[in-house]
Design a protein around this ligand. Structure first.
Ligand code: FES
Length: 504
């Protein structure tokens, strides 16, 4: 199947690579922040503003993980959420949720204004639209729920989209921006006066024994009073966050649109075949239309090519736009719809996490930064209790049991894949699970007929990885770790690469 777009995130392609040094000697700071996506960068910024020295530590480069692969809508309207939140948690908590996400938009705007950051930040209305009667009922219920908890939401009957809708909820004064331009600009303000950024520095573990010790694979250690872990799924296997969330993958395509035909807001549909839409300015003076969708649980199927194809077809048929970019993003959904922001466990007094943003991570990253920086600096925060990471969570719900059973099924069932296949059966351009000397091997043969073989056993908790043809990667169906054909980590929670295997 021939896909058209260049396989890279527009946000990464349109910014220069960062080049902060790797950690090369022991360092001591007030707070170590592990993971330089939006949550990590803003947490480090707020802590430094509050007078703390910080070390921001990134395994790869700033903003190249989940925050560099998003649609980058900053909103308190999360498709459909408020009717569910009121049902599940009551109106007071739903109100705090809305209030915190609205406050995040304002805080982001303040940060941008204070440092005069050029990151294409714009206030826009955000819409969730329905194209059928079922969706319309859900949208109307969402308008009612959002208004009940005090959000300025309204129902609208039409939108500036090139197809008919049944109705939509509008939330005004939301925002969009270029996330990597923002993260790089904020990061540039961090080093100095005892604060640091270290890239290409993978953290192995954190010891929370006052002071905390952040142990890296590079060798040296960062000593800190407090540690904040913002690595999508926490890299530490403590606190069972891998069982309290599940990884969701979604896909995006983008291409230039005639600015006169470009829709003016941000949009997302409801239902299985939802599409998420926004535009962004490009450096050549043009306008890029981004369409996202096709979300699914990681490891649920491997029809990645077809998912991209459907998005590309949509871009062409609905907007007459030719795809130029395609990329995918991955985030963790929490079972009670609230992110986990706070202490790693009740026993970890100085190690904090932020995870489970459930695909709406831009505003929630900023919420996390506000909550955690207040926590560390001893300031009372109105949303800390709602999001406390150690809160009793509904492990035993139909959804959580089903998702964790799926993990168990993968752990057992995937061990039988490729049982009778050898490396000879791998065609050029193909990745396949094979068996070699009784061991499970992930084998990829490149276009030059060169074979690349690594262990198929995920170093996180031992599931068997699966081949992702469209992105040429090995993906773990259990908690979403991803690896290159050479075994290099592309996405955690794994902190070790796939082991090399020689199959001669
Ligand atoms: Fe957990 Fe692979 S990501 S076992």
């Amino acid at each position: 199947m021939a896909l058209s777009g260049h396989p890279v995130s527009f946000w990464i392609d349109s910014t220069l690579p960062s080049s902060y040094p790797a950690l090369s000697q022991d360092v001591s700071v007030d707070v170590a922040v592990v993971g330089a996506g939006l949550a990590g960068v803003v947490t480090a910024k707020l802590l430094k503003q509050a007078g703390k020295t910080v070390a921001l530590i990134e395994a790869d480069r700033i903003g190249t993980g989940t925050s560099g692969h998003t649609t980058a809508k900053v909103s308190a309207l999360h498709q459909l959420i408020y009717a569910d939140l009121i049902d599940q948690h009551g109106p007071e908590k739903a109100c705090l949720y809305g209030e915190s996400n609205q406050a995040a938009i304002a805080r982001l705007a303040d940060l941008i204004a204070a440092d005069n950051i050029d990151c294409d930040f714009e206030h826009k209305p955000n819409y969730t639209f329905a194209t059928d009667n079922d969706g319309l009922d859900q949208v109307k219920a969402e308008v009612e729920a959002a208004q009940r908890i005090g959000l300025p939401a309204t129902f609208v009957g039409s939108l500036d989209l090139p197809f008919a809708i049944k109705g939509a909820i509008e939330l005004p004064d939301q925002a969009q921006f270029h996330p990597r331009k923002f993260m790089l600009a904020i990061a540039a303000t961090l080093p100095g006066d005892g604060s640091h950024i270290f890239e290409q520095t993978r953290v192995k573990t954190v010891e929370d024994e006052g002071p905390c010790r952040v142990i890296t694979q590079n060798g040296p250690t960062v000593t800190a009073q407090d540690v904040v872990i913002t690595t999508n799924l926490p890299i530490l296997d403590i606190g069972l966050y891998f069982a309290k969330t599940y990884p969701q993958r979604s896909y995006l395509v983008g291409g230039h649109i005639d600015p006169n035909r470009a829709p003016q807001g941000m949009y997302i549909g409801v239902g299985q075949g939802y599409r998420s839409l926004r535009t962004t300015p490009t450096d050549d003076g043009g306008t890029l239309l981004i369409v996202g969708g096709e979300g699914h649980k990681v490891g649920q199927d491997d029809a990645t090519d077809e998912r991209y194809q459907r998005l590309e077809d949509y871009l062409r048929s609905q907007f007459g736009v030719e795809p130029e970019y395609r990329w995918s993003g991955q985030d963790l959904k929490s079972f009670d719809q609230l992110p986990y922001i706070g202490q790693l466990t009740p026993a970890h007094q100085h190690t904090f996490v932020a995870t489970g943003f459930s695909l709406w991570g831009m505003a929630k990253s900023v919420v996390s930064a506000m909550v955690l920086s207040d926590r560390i600096t001893g300031v009372e925060n109105p949303w800390a209790e709602l999001y406390e990471a150690t809160r009793p969570t509904p492990f035993v719900t139909t959804t959580s049991i089903q998702k964790n059973l799926e993990v168990g099924a993968h752990w057992v069932g995937d061990r039988f894949k490729g049982l009778f296949d050898s490396t000879d059966s791998v065609a050029p351009g193909e990745g396949k699970l094979v068996t070699h000397k009784g061991g499970k091997v992930a084998a990829y043969r490149d276009e030059h007929n060169q074979l690349h073989t690594v262990s198929a056993v995920c170093p996180h908790l031992g599931c068997i990885v699966a081949w992702n043809q469209a992105e040429t990667s090995w993906d773990c169906p259990c908690h979403g770790s991803r690896f290159s054909t050479e075994g290099k980590i592309l996405h955690g929670p794994a902190v070790k690469p796939l082991e090399q295997k020689v199959c001669d």
